[in-house]
Design a protein around this ligand. Structure first.
Ligand code: MN
Length: 242
């Protein structure tokens, strides 16, 4: 059997969407054990207000990932813009290894840059300003020092504001900036990039330094599951029904 790795992102798990959660559980139990590794590229959760928010729901998610990693399949996680407050405590519970926000992994001979992808949406200036603050040192520290209840209120409010702002932004602003894609790939010396965030699953062919290159965009899990399988000779981006 050919060795392969799986990539998923943008599940936006929350207690209200049991269909998404059940689809993930089936994927982790039936399909993921056949892979060599699983990479979760951010926005696993709709929101994350701190590793001390150990709800029954959050614990159940941690447990299924832990079972997979205990069975010998490494699980890697890169933060998304919704769950960037995940820290070592939850990662340990879920048996996940936290990776930096941009990482280069060698996938069967092809160096591949992986990230959530929100950093490539540079035309959304307001968001990038928030991102800088939220990923810095003082903002997370301040947030995490507040009582859970207050953090939950702030997060809910932030989610509503961002939804309101998004209806005003054009499709172009919501997508990645092509020049920044090229720049990141050149900086990391790769011909392949995998990211999520935009909820626009696609394989984009491009030319970098006169060589064929690819940008693979993972899909979100709003209406169906979306998984990317990468093996030596190629990859498949497919969806799974809820
Ligand atoms: Mn995102």
């Amino acid at each position: 059997m050919t060795a392969f790795s799986y990539f998923i992102s943008d599940l936006h798990l929350c207690a209200e969407r049991d269909d998404i959660t059940q689809c993930l559980f089936r994927f982790l139990t039936d399909q993921a054990p056949k892979a060599e590794a699983l990479y979760v590229l951010g926005d696993l959760f709709e929101m994350w207000i701190g590793d001390d928010d150990l709800s029954q729901f959050n614990l159940s998610i941690a447990a299924v990932f832990k079972r997979l990693s205990d069975s010998g399949i490494p699980v890697y996680f890169i933060h998304g813009n919704r769950d960037f407050l995940i820290r070592d405590k939850f990662a340990k519970l879920a048996g996940m290894t936290l990776l930096p926000e941009q990482a280069v992994v060698n996938l069967y001979g092809t160096p591949t840059l992986i990230m959530h992808g929100d950093e490539l949406c540079t035309k959304d200036v307001v968001y990038q300003k928030f991102r800088k603050k939220a990923r810095g040192w003082w903002w997370p520290r301040l947030m995490l020092s507040l009582p859970l209840k207050i953090r939950r209120n702030i997060a809910e409010k932030g989610r509503k504001t961002s939804q309101k702002n998004h209806t005003k932004l054009t499709a172009e602003i919501m997508d990645v900036t092509p020049d920044d894609v090229v720049e990141s790939m050149q900086e990391h010396k790769v011909q392949r990039l995998i990211h999520g965030h935009t909820h626009r699953p696609a394989i984009h062919d491009l030319t970098l330094d006169n060589q064929p290159a690819q940008r693979i965009v993972l899909g979100d899990w709003y209406d169906q599951g979306s998984i990317l399988k990468v093996y030596k000779d190629g990859f498949d981006l497919t969806s799974i029904d809820f």
